[in-house]
Design a protein around this ligand. Structure first.
Ligand SMILES: *Cc1c(COP(=O)(O)O)cnc(C)c1O
Length: 532
C-alpha cells in the first residue's frame, strides 16, 4: 500500500473502484467487510409483502375453482363475479391477520377514495398475482395505474392544481426507466449526437456515463450545486439552461450523493428559467423524495416539461423486485416536440410505429417509451410483469394507508439517526437542515479536516490529493468500503457513505475510523507542514 500510485484509479467508475476496494477489505478473513457504499437499504416494508402473499394464496384458490381436471394440476382463469365475498371468507379463516387486513383496508380505501369497484380491483389483483396473462395494457394495468398515480401525486408534492392528469409507465426499477427515456428520446429525434444535456451535479454516476456513450453522443453541461448554499443550484448555474443547445436537463432530487432536496426557492428559480425555455425537456429522478420533509418535485412545478422517474427500491427496501415508474403529464412538452418535428423525421417515425397503429403520429411519447422498450416489434409483450405490478401497487397502498405517517417517520429516522452517529463519532456536531435527507452523506475530508485542525491542514490535505488513498486505507485497515464522491462529479476529495445499509454499530465504527485516519494524516502534517 505505501508505494501505490492512487492516481491510476482516477478514471474508474465508482462502482468498479468499489469492487477493488471490496477485494482489499475482504483480504483478511478475520475481519468483517463493511460495504457502506451501497444504496441498497437494510430495512424493508413487511405489511405490503404479507398482503402480496395472502393475495397470491387466495389467487391460487380462485384458479382452483375451475378446470380441476388432470389430477388438479391445472387451474383456470379467475372469475370476477363474487370475488370480494370469497376473499372475505378466505380472510376469516386466515392466521395472518396483518396480511389479510391490509388487503381489506386497501379494498375499502380505493373504493372510498378512487371510486373503484371492489370486484374490479380484486379481479385485477388476483389475475396479476397469478401472472396468467400478458400485461394489458402493456404500459400498466388500469387499476394499478390509478392507485400508483395517487401515491406518486401524494409523495411528489401534488395535487397538481392546474397541471391536469398524467399517466404512468411501470418499469423494471428506476434504472430501466432511465434507459428507456434516453433510448426513446434518441429514437424519436428529440435528442441527437452533438446536442447538450445538462446534469445537476453531483449526480448518481450513470447519468454521467450514459450521455457520452457512442449511441447518444451527447455533450454534458454541468449545472453545479453549491455545497456552501445547502447544495442548491446558484442562479448563475441555472443561467446555462437558457442555451438553446441544451435539450435535456437531468436532475436527481433529492440529490445523490449530497442527499438534499431542492428548496422551494430553487424550484421556483428553475421554473422561471423554464418559462423562458418552454422547449426544455426535464428528467427528474425522485427516488429519494419520500425521505424528504415536505417534498416537491419538478414534476409538480414544471409539469409540462418534466418526465418523473420514481422507484420503490429504496423506500420499501425492494431493490430485488425491480419496481419503478415513469410519469408524464397528458399535456406535455415531449408530445409537442414530436408534433413539431420536420416532415422527413415524421415519415421515418411513421414507419417505425406503423406496426402498432394506422395512425402512428397519434402515438403519445409515453406509449412510444413502452414500444421502444421492446424495439417496437414486441410491443404486445412489453410491460412490467403482472406480479411485479401487484407488489408495486401494494407498496403504493402502504404509503397511501400510512395515515399517521408512522412508516414514513420511521424510515426517515432510521437514516437520520445513523447520519448523526457517524459524525458524532468523528467529533463533529451536525444539525438537520430543512432540505437535508441524509440517505447518503458526502464525508468531505477537507471540510472535516478544517473543522478539526484548521484551514492550513485542510490545504495540505487538498494539495496531497488524499481522497482515493483515504478510501484504500479505510478498506485496508478497517474493512470499511466507501465510494469516492469523485465519480459522481463531486469536486472536493470526499467519500460517499450510504446511511441505509449498515447497523448503527457499524456507523459508529466508520466515524471512529475516519477520525483515526485523519488524526494520522494530521500527525504526518505536523511533522512537516511544508510537504504535501
Ligand atoms: C438507487 C437509484 C436508482 C435505482 O433505482 P432502481 O429502481 O433500483 O433501478 C435510480 N436513481 C437514483 C438516483 C438512485 O439512487
Amino acid at each position: 500500500m505505501p508505494d501505490t500510485d492512487f492516481s491510476q484509479y482516477a478514471d474508474l467508475s465508482p462502482f468498479e473502484l468499489k469492487d477493488m476496494l471490496l477485494q482489499i477489505a475482504g483480504s483478511d478473513h478475520e475481519r468483517m467487510m463493511l460495504n457502506a457504499g451501497r444504496g441498497n437499504p437494510n430495512f424493508l416494508a413487511i405489511r405490503p409483502r404479507r398482503a402480496f402473499l395472502r393475495l397470491s394464496e387466495f389467487a391460487i384458490e380462485e384458479a382452483e375453482r375451475s378446470y380441476g381436471y388432470f389430477d388438479n394440476q391445472f387451474g383456470g382463469l379467475p372469475e370476477r363475479e363474487g370475488i370480494v365475498d370469497r376473499f372475505h371468507a378466505f380472510a376469516r379463516g386466515h392466521a395472518d391477520t396483518e396480511g389479510v387486513r391490509f388487503v381489506q383496508t386497501a379494498i375499502s380505501f380505493i373504493t372510498d377514495r378512487l371510486g373503484i369497484d371492489r370486484d374490479d380491483f380484486l379481479f385485477e389483483a388476483v389475475g396479476a398475482a397469478l401472472g396468467s396473462s400478458y400485461p394489458t395494457p402493456p404500459r400498466m394495468l388500469a387499476i394499478c395505474e390509478q392507485i400508483v398515480k395517487l401515491y406518486v401525486e401524494e409523495e411528489m408534492g401534488g395535487p397538481h392544481t392546474g397541471a391536469g392528469g398524467f399517466s404512468l409507465f411501470a418499469t423494471e426499477g428506476g434504472t430501466a426507466a432511465m434507459t428507456y427515456i434516453f433510448q426513446s428520446l434518441q429514437a424519436n429525434h428529440l435528442i441527437a449526437p452533438g446536442d447538450k444535456v445538462a446534469l445537476g451535479t453531483p449526480i448518481f454516476s450513470p447519468y454521467l456515463e450514459i450521455p457520452p456513450l457512442e449511441s447518444f453522443g451527447l455533450d454534458i453541461v454541468d449545472i453545479r450545486m453549491d455545497e456552501e448554499a445547502d447544495w442548491q443550484f446558484p442562479a448563475s448555474e441555472l443561467e446555462k439552461l437558457r442555451d438553446p443547445a441544451v435539450k435535456v436537463f437531468c436532475v436527481v432530487n433529492p440529490s445523490n450523493p449530497p442527499s438534499a432536496k431542492l428548496s422551494d426557492a430553487c424550484l421556483k428559480a428553475i421554473a422561471d428559467v423554464v418559462a423562458d425555455r418552454p422547449d426544455l425537456m426535464i428528467v427528474t429522478d425522485d427516488v429519494y423524495g419520500t425521505f424528504a420533509d415536505d417534498f416537491r418535485s419538478l414534476f409538480v412545478t414544471c409539469p409540462r416539461n418534466t418526465l418523473c422517474v420514481y422507484s420503490f427500491s429504496k423506500y420499501f427496501g425492494a431493490t430485488g423486485w425491480r419496481l419503478g415508474v415513469i410519469a408524464v403529464h397528458d399535456d406535455n412538452r415531449f408530445d409537442d416536440a414530436l408534433a413539431a418535428l420536420p416532415e422527413k423525421d415524421k415519415q421515418r417515425l411513421d414507419a417505425r410505429y406503423s406496426s402498432l397503429t394506422t395512425t402512428p403520429r397519434a402515438v403519445r411519447f409515453i406509449d412510444r417509451l413502452v414500444a421502444d422498450s421492446r424495439v417496437v416489434a414486441l410491443n404486445h409483450t412489453a410491460g412490467l410483469s403482472t406480479p411485479q405490478q401487484l407488489q408495486m401497487t401494494l407498496f403504493a397502498l402502504n404509503g397511501l394507508l400510512d395515515r399517521h405517517n408512522s412508516y414514513k417517520t420511521a424510515a426517515k429516522s432510521i437514516v437520520r439517526d445513523r447520519f448523526h452517529t457517524v459524525y458524532a463519532n468523528m467529533g463533529i456536531t451536525t444539525k438537520d437542515g430543512a432540505n437535508d435527507v441524509n440517505y447518503y452523506s458526502l464525508v468531505d475530508l477537507v471540510r472535516i479536516g478544517a473543522k478539526l485542525y484548521g484551514e492550513a491542514f485542510a490545504d495540505w490535505l487538498t494539495a496531497g490529493e488524499r481522497g482515493t488513498e483515504f478510501l484504500f486505507r479505510l478498506a485496508d485497515e478497517t474493512g470499511v468500503v466507501l465510494l469516492p464522491g469523485k465519480g459522481f462529479e463531486v469536486v472536493d476529495p470526499s467519500v460517499r457513505i450510504s446511511l441505509a445499509n449498515l447497523t448503527q454499530a457499524n456507523y459508529v465504527q466508520i466515524g471512529q475510523c475516519t477520525r483515526r485516519i485523519l488524526d494520522e494524516y494530521h500527525a504526518e502534517y505536523s511533522k512537516d507542514p511544508g510537504a504535501a
